[in-house]
Design a protein around this ligand. Sequence first.
Ligand code: FAD
Length: 478
Amino acid sequence: MPTTIVVFYRDLRIADHRPLANAAARGRVVPLYVAEDPARAWAHGAASRWWLREALLDLQQRLAALGAPLLLRRGNRIDTILMLARETGAKTVVWHRRYEPDLAKEDAELVEALKEAGIAAEISDGYLLFEPDTIRTGAGTPFRVFTPFSRACLSAPTPTPPIAAPKKLESVSGPASDPLEALKLVPSRAVWPEKLASAWSVGEVSARKTLDHFLKQGLDDYAEARDRPDLAGTSRLSPYLHYGEISPRQVWHAVLAHKAAGAGAQNSLHRFQLEVLWREFSWHLLHQFPLLPEKPLNPSFTNFPWLEDDEAALLAWQKGQTGYPIVDAGMRQLWQTGWMHNRVRMIVASFLIKHLLISWQKGEAWFWDTLVDADLGANAASWQWVAGCGADAAPYFRIFNPILQGQKFDPDGAYVRRYVPELSRLDDKFLHQPWTAPASDLAKAGIVLGKNYPKPIVEHGFARKRALRALALSKGEK
Ligand code: FAD
């Protein structure tokens, strides 16, 4: 009976897992997870490590129940896989394609090393719906604008339907696993794991439940509710998609089935499909521009005059102490739950970049460390989008007014009251700009500005002018 090593990465599930299904159909299966080199650029941030640990625990249990326990190993990925192949007599190694530029290179090296050792390599698609090289403009070049990209995806052949999980796996006896604790995934920040654990239920079953709940309760109103952080209007699937506890094909086909059943408002279904395609667009961009996480796509932003040494402002932003309630609520939601609503991500990112003139790379790095869905493609592309230097980006000169954004998207203040409880008793009228409240209202609400809630770190009108001036300077204008 042939033995196949199945290498897991961001596909921590057993359903719709082609490498696993193919290996199971062929014979004995050795499931393997090789720990990431913590020194690599863009190694997992702290919140991601917490999520990863929980997802690996879940996968260990599911694979063990099927009969083939997951092996965890540390060390150089290529050497580890070759060594395990020798230990088990495996003649084939299978895995899902990876798209991070350095990891794609490592996988190409692995293919070579396996070939030299006389071992077959089989790579399946699965992290994305559409392979980057298959979605092209009429001229055969990659897209840099989202709308035609999404049209090309929607008119491309439908991604293949997901496949079922194997019912049983044949394993080999012998190879030992490193203990999960040896992977050192628990964040050192003492209270964080508890906070994240109370916000999320990690694992494949939870991913499926999250999708099913969204299909029943959220999808029909998605077009209207998706921009409201005070409502549960989005799917919250991002970390599950990031770690592959659910595949984009499973999500896509569930939505198509919903559509075929005539359920739900078509504009909401379409809107949701477009958001899933933003994930694709981001990864296709990263594939095309390997330096996307570090360098502005638009080179005219290379010498932008950021206020790089304003550590106090950066800290106030990170801790949700800017004095702008919608910004502070977002940053505290991030700190408490490892996730932030998309609309608020745009607001806080814009605030950092334009109101504080701090470079998008610093915001990107903070998100990388604190988001449970921190994703190299989506995070880099989104920060560049807000900064105005990315593909199809929001123009830099469009500067969000955090007061109006708060009033529009959190009209009753429920979101701000939840994450900034010190403002909870303030009248709706002043909630998004507490510094405009009369002293008597502030006193009644128990607020002393500058004491138990900060005064605005920067005045909006001044910040707007300063940001536009910086843009002009970056273009060489006087
Ligand atoms: P839904 O609205 O339910 O969307 C469904 C899925 O589509 C999401 O789970 C996600 O996979 C994808 N998606 C939705 N919007 C986007 C988008 N704008 N770009 C790319 N994919 C999208 N998303 C990440 O997954 N990881 C990140 O690190 C990340 N960083 C971001 C940083 C900034 C500054 C901004 C503005 C956005 C970022 N996003 C990131 C995109 C977006 O905010 C999240 O994907 C979304 O909030 C996740 O919530 P949801 O699953 O409820 O989304």
